[in-house]
Design a protein around this ligand. Structure first.
Ligand SMILES: [Zn+2]
Length: 274
């Protein structure tokens, strides 16, 4: 399959998946870096990735604990590399998933991304496996504030930025060396096991727990649809393994589900008029 050819996913296949989503009791989505890079956010790993310019060891939890002031200065630089002054906005893939949820065809969305773009697009039930970089959390009392405010204070020389209680603020993301949030992890496992359809987009499915969620779903009999430019270690379990542009495929899936629903409603109307 040609990875660059969006036409490689034909309409008939899209309609088949749409019918499966329409018939499913539970559809769940799992998203990774590819959904963010489509909005212009550079990836962390790989060629052109953020770790070519920054040292990941500077963002380890032990570094934060040893030297929170230095950590925050590096964190500011990292933010500059990733976002600059650009306004980052959700793309067509984020919007398609938000539409599926709004019409009751997507139960929840599990994401490895920390940029908050799914929420910006209107997704409501988002399970953030790695936290949300748009917030910071006080290590002492747990209060959360906007990360923009914390970065502004670092820029003005407050290193590290502190909460009113005296505790140090930490980005509300899972740093290297930190455990994933237990609730998010437990819930995403249950969702994967109960899903009739698991739609994964933009994840290489190599990092845990994202790697094992699709297997869990497939083991429980779910239809697995994978949209990713590269093959994944779970691709052999996928019913649909699409090497395609997710900003093309996901909106087509959402449109097809909308059409399926319209068709179903019309038939129901016809029956009730008889
Ligand atoms: Zn506090």
């Amino acid at each position: 399959m040609d990875a660059t050819d969006a036409e490689s996913v034909n309409e008939e296949t899209i309609r088949t998946v749409a019918r499966e989503i329409g018939a499913a009791d539970s559809t769940v989505a799992l998203t990774g870096a590819g959904v963010s890079t489509a909005s212009g956010i550079p990836p962390f790993r790989g060629s052109g990735g953020v770790w070519e310019e920054h040292d990941p060891r500077d963002f380890h939890i032990t570094r934060f604990e040893r030297d929170p002031a230095g950590f925050w200065i590096d964190r500011l630089a990292l933010h500059g590399t990733m976002y600059g002054d650009r306004e980052i906005e959700p793309n067509a893939a984020h919007e398609a998933l938000a539409i599926l949820e709004s019409i009751g065809e997507l139960d929840a969305l599990v994401t490895q991304n920390t940029d908050g773009l799914h929420e910006d697009a209107g997704s409501w039930d988002v399970i953030e496996l790695h936290g949300n970089g748009g917030r910071v959390i006080c290590r002492a009392c747990g209060e959360r504030i906007d990360a923009t405010t914390a970065r502004e204070r670092v820029r003005e020389g407050e290193t590290p930025p502190r909460c009113g209680c005296g505790g140090v603020y930490k980005p509300d993301v899972v740093l290297f060396g930190e455990d994933l949030p237990e609730n998010a992890l437990a819930r995403s496992r249950i969702l994967a096991e109960r899903a009739d359809v698991l739609l994964t987009a933009g994840s290489s499915l190599t990092v845990e727990p994202a790697a094992s969620l699709p297997r869990r779903a497939a083991d429980s009999g779910a239809t697995l649809a994978i949209v990713n430019l590269d093959p994944t270690p779970v691709s052999d379990r996928a019913t649909y393994d699409w090497r395609a542009d997710l900003t093309d495929v996901l909106p087509r899936v959402a449109d097809a589900v909308l059409n399926e629903n319209r068709f179903r409603d019309e038939r129901a109307d016809d029956r009730s008029r008889r």
